[in-house]
Design a protein around this ligand. Sequence first.
Ligand code: NAP
Length: 331
Amino acid sequence: MVNLKNRHTLSLQASCNNLYEVENIQDLDSLDLDHQHYFVLGGGSNVAFVEDFDGDIVTFTNKQLSITENDDSWLIETGAGVVWHDLVLQVTQKGIGGLENLALIPGNCGAAAVQNIGAYGVEFSALCKGVQTVNIKTKEIKELTNPECCFGYRNSIFKSTAGSDLLVTKICLQLPKKWTAKLTYQGLDSLTTGATPLSVMNKVIEIRQSKLPDPAKLANAGSFFKNPVVTAEVACVLKERYPEMPTYHQDKNGVKLSSGWLIEKAGFKGKKVDSIGTYEKHALVIVNYGQGSGQTLLRFVRDIKEQVRDLFSVTLENEVLLIGKNGVINL
Ligand code: NAP
């Protein structure tokens, strides 16, 4: 049995049967992996092990990094094991723009592709040229182009059945040399047109540090729920009842709501049950104050979903993957 407490940032007590750290694709040949029950783990920042997992875990640790250029773009290739924020720091400190809005997102580069991470109006998918994968069962290596990754809101092919055997081994980013700052989100709009990649990154770091807990100091897995997208009609009805409710119009008639706002309005901001609670400065983040258990977390999450559904008739969907004895748990 391998203890997983330090392998996921929510730090719940849980274990798995075996954990394999793989640095190169060839290393897969020598693994005695349980091919029926396994889970691919990155930095553990978007997953919660709520029970002992009765299977094996594989994690890809390669940290190679190369930066090249052509006339128009910077091309960045990194092993899936590179820490995402370290990459953002390195690239931005060289004066290369494109990654700055995605500073301080926890997790590894491989997970960035799986999750299609996003923040402050920028998504991984907009920067990704392609992803190298290996099929864990057949060992076939395949380079997926951006469209083949089927990126969606915090989603990709790697989260679907079609991609469930694919291990992300390398990501390739293409950052145009012609850079414009993306400053549409509140907090960044105070920066002037003279903004540089470095000044934007520093502002994003400052904002995130002021309202999000550092997983190294207080166990958490970032945003716990996705922001729901509802129809314009539903948004209109809610807006009549709650004029102060933030709404963001999307393409195709959809309106994005803020999960953090809905949870706060349902009375959960700073609420705590045993060692599990929502962060006092941001209701979207669930934290483990120390001895939190998977069962308490599940009860707490169900409670939030129920109250939000009762109050707003809106269903929250987890962004964090819950893993139990037999794999993914859908609440
Ligand atoms: P916020 O300012 O409290 O806003 C709440 C939500 O409203 C955000 O999640 C964001 O959606 C949306 N929003 C805000 N301004 C918007 C705009 N100008 N246009 C479109 N949508 C807008 O946000 P926050 O919770 O502090 O988060 C700020 C950013 O960091 C967001 O982009 C959020 O996704 C990101 N973040 C990510 C994580 C993570 O673990 N993945 C954790 C915390 C924050 P979107 O989420 O769709 O951008």
